[in-house]
Design a protein around this ligand. Sequence first.
Ligand SMILES: [Mg+2]
Length: 466
Amino acid sequence: MVRGIYTNRTLNLRSIKAVGYDMDYTLIHYHEREWEERAYSYIKERLLGRGWPVEDLQFQPDLVMRGLIIDKTLGNVVKANRFGYIKRAFHGTTPLEHGQMREAYTRTLVDLDEPRWLFMNTLFSLSEASMYMQLVDLLDADVIEAKLSYADLYALVRGALDQAHMEGRLKGEIVEAPERFVALDEEMPLTLLDQKESGKKVLLITNSEWAYAAPMLAFAFDPFLPGEMTWRDLFDIAIVGSRKPAFFTARMPTFEVVSEDGMLREHVGLLQPGHVYVGANASLVEASLGLKGEDILYVGDHLFTDVNVSKSVLRWRTALILRELEDELAAIDSFRETQQQLTDMMARKVEMESEYSAYRLALQRAKGNYGPDPARAPDEIQAEMDAHRAKLLALDAEIAPFARASARLHNERWGLMMRTGNDKSHLARQVERYADVYTGRVSNFLHATPYAYLRSHRGSLPHDEV
Ligand SMILES: [Mg+2]
C-alpha cells in the first residue's frame, strides 16, 4: 500500500499528547526536481565564479538518491547494507566493477561516526552529491587544475556552497512563486486539525525562519482550513528558526516573534499557547506542556536531525516522512509477478546447488575410498555431476536478466532505497533504529485517524521460512 504508515515500534496515537512537525519536506512538500535543479545551478554558478570549468555540467536527477553514502577518501558514492558492507559503488559517475569494489572495500565497513563517510539524510543532499560525483570525474581527468585529494574536493564544494546563502536565495525564489515549487496537499491541514480537535497539542518546530515559514504555511494551509481559520490557529505553539539538532540537545535562548514583519523580543519562562517563538529548545517545550518524551510524537523528514537526535536524546516518539517511498512501493508492486518468478527460480537454484554439493562429496568419498557408500565408480558420479552442472549454468543464465531488472528497480543505478539485494539497506537500518513509524507523507495520518493503534510488524527472522 503506497499510502500506508509502516510501524517499527508499536505506537498508540491515543496516548500521544502532542505532535510536533518539521516544515520543509514534511508539512510542505516541494517538487524535488525543481528545487534540486535550482540548488544545482547555484552551486554551479559559485564554482564558475571560482574559475572552475563546469559550464557543461548538467543536473542529473537520478545520479543519486537518499540513503547513499559519500566516501570522501576515495571520491566514491556507495550503497551499503544494514551491516555497513558496501554492495554497490560509483567512482565519480562510473560504476565500480565487482573486482574493483572488492579491492577498494574488502576490509572496509561503513561507520557513519567516521568523518570519511557522509550519509545522504534528506532530499536536500541530492544536488550537492550529484555535483560532487561529476567533479570527481573532472578531477581525475585533470580538468580541475589544483591537485586536490577527493576529501579536499568535497570540503571545497561544501565551503564554496555557502549553504545558508544558497538556501536563502532559493527560498526567496520560492516565496516569489510558491505554486511553481510546492506540491500542495489539501488533506494536510485537515490531518492536523483532526489531531488538534482530538485534544492533542499541535506544534511547529522548523529551522526555517519566520520570513519564509509564515508565507509558506499561509500558502499551503490557509486555503484548506475552515472559515477564517489560519495556520496560526492550528498550532498551539509554533517555533521557527529552531536550530535543530541543537534544539534537542542544548538549552538555547528563546525569542518571541512580536510583529508580522518578524520583530523579536527576548522571552523568559514557559512558552505560551498561540505564540510564535524563535530558537527555544526541546526541554522548554516539555516543561511548557507538562509532558515527557513518550507523550510527544515528532514528525520530520531528516533522518539524523529530526528522528535520530530526538529519539536518542529525549526518547520522543518519532515518525519519518520518506516521500520516495511512494515511488519505491509502486516499483515493487509493478515488479511483483516477475519477482515471484525470480523467487521460484532462486528456490530451484538453492535446491540444485545442494544436490551439486552432494555429488561433490560423493565423488570425494569415492576417490578417497571411505564413507558409508563407496560402491559407485568415480567416473559415473563425475558424469552425473557434469550434467547437473550444465543444468545449473542454464538456470543461472535464465535468472540473470531477472536479477538485473530487480537490481534496477526504483533507480536505474542504485536499485531500491530500502534494500540491498535481499537484505535491508543501510538506510532501512537507520529508519528501523530511529523512526518508530515511517510513511510517505503526513496526510497518511488522516486516514489512520488520531486514534490509531499502530502495531509493529512481526518482522522476519531467517528461520521463519523453514
Ligand atoms: Mg525538513
